[in-house]
Design a protein around this ligand. Sequence first.
Ligand code: CTP
Ligand code: ZN
Length: 160
Amino acid sequence: FLIVFLLCSMSKELIVSKIESGTVIDHIPAGRALAVLRVLGITGREGLRVALVMNVESRKLGRKDIVKIEGRELTADEVNIISAVAPTATINIVRNYEVVKKFKVTPPEVIRGRFRCKNPTCITNAPREPAEPTFLLVRREPPLFVCAYCGRYHELGDLL
Ligand code: CTP
Ligand code: ZN
């Protein structure tokens, strides 16, 4: 009975198996896993093994998504951009099946090229030779960014 119970509770948690090495992005708000991949620029064509877990139970969040990227250790600089879509995310670096590093995402000081400015007349939205959208962090809690070109303020939700 005990063994059956253990197997059941284990299989309940392990929808997707543990990874050998790479990056696990945990505590993503439910339903945002695809947005996280989009923001990271991961399309699936890189050949990386990627697992998505969506809408699973979480003690902290009620429901959450998880993204597991095998064979690649993402750096804080690379992942902080996802705070725009997943401010609650925890990054786990896994080596030899063990979590060797764990950190929370924090809003980056500068975001280049990922999102569009909300101001339709901003030069970054110009049809010919548009400037690369650039946003500067002006407040951390809650995060607020300003367009470096037109000065329009953007909350995280506006950038999505
Ligand atoms: N994980 C994984 N493969 C591994 C090790 C961990 O996919 N070899 C995943 C776990 O499934 C979990 C996340 O990485 O989703 C974090 O693992 P761990 O730190 O062991 O879990 P918790 O202690 O529950 O994390 P937290 O305290 O951040 O909630
Ligand atoms: Zn602008």
